[in-house]
Design a protein around this ligand. Structure first.
Ligand SMILES: [Zn+2]
Ligand SMILES: [Zn+2]
Length: 143
C-alpha cells in the first residue's frame, strides 16, 4: 500500500524524502486515528533525528499530500484539522464527530445507501461520492 503512495509521489514529481516517507508511515500505522498535524509532529520527534521536521513543515507537507490526493483533510468545528491516508483499495467511509469530546468514528458507506436513495427519490438530488461529516454526541458524552 505504501509503495503505491510512493509511486504517486514520484508521478507528481515529488521526491520521497525520508521525512515524507516517515510522515506517510505514521499515517499508515495510525490508520483510523485521524491524526492532527501536531500529533504527526509529536510522533516524528520520537523517531530518529534526521526525520525530525518543524511543525510548519509538517503542515506544508500535509497540504501538499492533500493536493495530490494521497491524504484527506477533515476540518473540525473547534479544533485543528485531522488527516488520514486515502485508501484507494477500501470502501469510502464517513465520519461521526462528537461535538463535545471531538471523538471521531468511521461509518461504513454501505449504511448511507438508503439515505442517498431517499434523497434522490424525494428531491431528485444526486449525492456525490463524497465523505460526509455527521455531528452529534458519542456514546459516553450523550449521557
Ligand atoms: Zn464524545
Ligand atoms: Zn476516516
Amino acid at each position: 500500500m505504501l509503495n503505491q503512495v510512493y509511486h504517486l509521489l514520484k508521478e507528481c514529481n515529488l521526491r520521497s524524502t525520508p521525512q515524507r516517507k516517515a510522515i506517510l508511515e505514521i499515517l499508515y500505522n495510525y490508520k483510523g486515528h485521524h491524526l492532527k498535524a501536531e500529533n504527526i509532529y509529536g510522533l516524528l520527534r520520537t523517531k530518529d533525528n534526521n526525520k525530525r521536521l518543524g511543525l510548519a513543515t509538517v503542515y506544508r507537507t500535509m497540504e501538499l499530500f492533500e493536493k495530490i490526493g494521497i491524504v484527506s483533510r477533515l476540518s473540525m468545528e473547534n479544533s485543528s484539522a485531522r488527516y488520514e491516508l486515502v485508501m484507494y483499495d477500501e470502501l469510502m467511509h464517513h465520519h461521526l464527530i462528537c461535538l463535545k469530546c471531538g471523538q471521531l468514528e468511521e461509518l461504513d458507506d454501505r449504511i448511507t445507501e438508503e439515505f442517498k436513495k431517499r434523497i434522490l427519490e424525494d428531491k431528485g438530488f444526486e449525492v456525490a461520492d463524497k465523505s460526509m461529516k455527521i455531528f452529534g454526541y458519542c456514546s459516553s458524552c450523550k449521557r
